[in-house]
Design a protein around this ligand. Structure first.
Ligand code: CA
Length: 227
């Protein structure tokens, strides 16, 4: 799960990014409108947190251009002024939610979770594929009712495959969801992560489509129970 944080106040940006990372997200941060506009359109994000008061291009203009270009990523607006007028303008411009500063980090996390869930079309935070069950709120995945022991990267990879239920996902899209910005070199080990997951949920659970990417099937099982 990858989130973009657009905020020019460095301290706040750092706090938000660290809270999101602790909650299991991959986070990119940017402090100005022009770069935010570009990044939002270039990278596949599950959600974007957008401050309204930005140097250069302001937040509302960025959001307006994203929506005009067809970007459907859910956006949570942050604003220093808690006025109904600004809230209405933000929602009209295509925001999915609105949070006034100062805010509690726990509320921000809960709201981000909700807009991601809503956007992926699931009303519940639990998603099941075959014997696998994903609990997005707890950031845990169960196999036949037993909690899987996964590293943070393994979790993000498997959660991404589950949320996209059955669709083939390209290596570059998966890498974008699993690794932090500027660590592209690590994308070589996507194959290693897939191998490790197959050892935990069975070889047939994840299909490799050469040149296209990976696809989750409903055949996950505990390999230990099948010799
Ligand atoms: Ca600001």
């Amino acid at each position: 799960m990858r989130v973009l944080v657009v905020e020019d106040q460095r301290d706040l940006s750092r706090q938000v990014a660290s809270a999101l990372r602790n909650a299991g997200y991959v986070v990119d941060t940017i402090g100005n409108g022009e770069d935010a506009l570009h990044m939002g359109l270039q990278d596949p994000y599950e959600a974007i947190i957008l401050d309204l008061g930005l140097p250069g291009l302001d937040g509302l203009s960025v959001l307006d251009r994203w929506r005009r270009k067809g970007l459907r990523t859910p956006v949570l607006i942050l604003s220093a002024r808690d006025t109904w007028r600004e809230k209405v303008t933000g929602l009209r411009a295509g925001a999915d939610d609105y949070l006034a500063k100062p805010f509690e980090m726990a509320e921000l996390l809960a709201r981000v979770e909700v807009i991601i869930r809503r956007a992926s079309g699931y009303a519940s935070s639990r998603i099941a594929v075959g014997e696998l069950a994903l609990d997005q709120a707890a950031k845990q995945i169960y196999l036949s009712g037993t909690l899987l022991q996964l590293t943070a990267m393994e979790y993000r990879l498997l959660a991404c495959l589950m949320v996209n239920g059955g669709r083939i996902i390209s290596k570059s899209e998966l890498a974008a969801k699993v690794y932090e910005q500027g660590t592209e070199g690590e994308s070589n080990s996507l194959e290693v992560l897939i191998l490790r997951l197959r050892k935990k949920i069975g070889g047939e659970a994840i299909l490799t489509h050469r040149g296209l990417g990976y696809q989750l099937t409903d055949k996950a099982h505990d390999p230990a129970n099948h010799g």
